[in-house]
Design a protein around this ligand. Sequence first.
Ligand code: AMO
Ligand code: AMP
Length: 600
Amino acid sequence: MRTYYCGELRESHIGSQVIICGWVHYRRDLGGLIFLEIRDRTGLVQTVFSPQLSADLFATAEKIRKEFVVKVQGTVRARPAGTENETSPTGKIEISVDALDILNTAEPPPFYPDDNQTVGEEVRLKYRYLDLRRPEMFQRLKFRTEVVRHLRQYLDEHGFLDIETPILTKATPEGARDYLVPSRTYPGSFFALPQSPQLFKQLLMMSGIDRYYQVARCFRDEDLRADRQPEFTQLDIETSFLDQNAIMELMEGMVCKLFSDLMHVKLPTPLPRMSYKEAVSRFGIDRPDLRNPLELVEVSDLLKNVEFKVFSGPAQDKNGRVAVIRVPNGCERLSRKEIDEYTHYVSQYGAKGLAYVKVNDRQQGREGLQSPILKFLPDDVIEAILERSQAQTGDLLFFGADKEKIVNDSLAALRNKLGIDLGLLSSEWKPLWVVDFPMFQLDPQTETHWQPVHHPFTAPCVKTTIELERDPGDCLALAYDMVLNGTEIGGGSVRIHRSDIQQSVFRILGISDEEAKLKFGFLLDALKFGCPPHAGIAFGIDRMVMLMTGSSSIRDVIAFPKTQTAHCPLTSAPSTVDPLQLRELAISVKNQESSKGNPL
Ligand code: AMO
Ligand code: AMP
């Protein structure tokens, strides 16, 4: 149909007869002349209709409206002097039109590709095909294609096989709820959509495949955030006979090459490594954003014996913590109102307050400080806190005191927010590996049951079940997360390849032998028939592309994402189904009222 894409035409084409196809992006009628800007995925080009050439053609052009789909034939010519557009790659030329076909008309759309700023995300997602006409959306999807192509190429060159695993499967525990699919042939039974291909990739190692990858769709029914979707894509990887260091090196080679090829960014090699313990102690979180210079400083030991119960209580509690964040020049950068706003902000994370100390003059000791809590603290403690936090004149100290989790969550969030609000983030890329995770953590609800920190197939550092069961809380895992600018982009582990260890982990997690057999019998069987040591990882492709394209939401790099409340405004999914369909599936919906409509 066409001879060129719109955005390809240049001065070198002057004099050529060309045919282009696309959407009418802009229409300008100057009475004597009509200008149509035609858009396709490569860009825009200006076309000109003059009544002298053909009255019919001019009459057709007059009928045209924005977003009509057209085919235009004409001759490329230089724009008259003074009318060039230096900002457009095609701005020096235009097409003098000889023939025009209207391939399709368009009603006025709810928004035009260039006025997206004024429409809300719900509307953008409802008319996603219009939203995707925007050049930046096209560029992101194109970049995503390139990312996936590069990753595949690296893995192909390193002997990996691309193997598909089932979508209709059994629960694959990754810590979220499952999306279930009812079976018609087995009434009352359900498939689960995979939270990840975890068990299948392990089975592939037991099959001797040795190196596997898959660009795999994963499904998790969990609370959504800017970097989480219920349906997302992993680059899923598994290898046999590689130890933790070997797989980490192979994977950082892949990520560094990707950044070098596509972003012209040289990431540090080897990537820095930090233990989970250090990350949580210094940043309150296991995915620290190292672009941010602020740190948490431990002061629990200094506050055990002070009168102020808000501090001494958590300082004496073995599950408590008191920590400080020092904000350089915080005295003048943060107003009283802003401090109150930060206090309110951390309350979402369970913090009961946010004590602060203004260091007006470091030389003057107590006299140089300003804070509602000073009266509760003795001189030596104050001095020790100032010393340890390296406070300087003009700095402001924020304090978190509570259960460890609350202090970590609230100060980590505060650190991130201060970093952004005060413009403290450096402009470098800051990747790291976080390693030496604990195997288990206590369920925050019951505080008595163990949960896996990764998934239950992750190998412990110890070699025997006796060591493992002696003190599960102390046991470290052979697990590693890749973190980039505060986002976890990948996570993996060495796997358990011995059935006694696997059974012991299930026992610690409170999964009885019968339940383990029922849920994971196939894995336990497979472990008995010659399972090689194996290790793997999965990268979140959407998250990587989000970071690489500088997008603020994962939804901007997915063609048809779900909203924050996990529905699709375009198709209105999820939606109710025909009662007949439910009957065939032997399903009756208990509460018709709540299931009546779709979520819109
Ligand atoms: P994990 O659960 O850490 O590990 O997931 C791996 C990576 O997938 C991405 N990710 C997500 N991206 C978007 N939306 C989500 N809801 C979401 N959840 C996870 C993250 C994360 O680092 N089977 C293991 C991997 C393994 O052990 O090999 C797993 O799925 O970038
Ligand atoms: P109060 O004695 O509750 O008035 O608190 C005195 C100061 O301590 C206020 O600035 C509170 O914001 C702060 N504060 C109270 N509870 C905590 C806490 N758990 N962690 C940090 N600061 C707190």
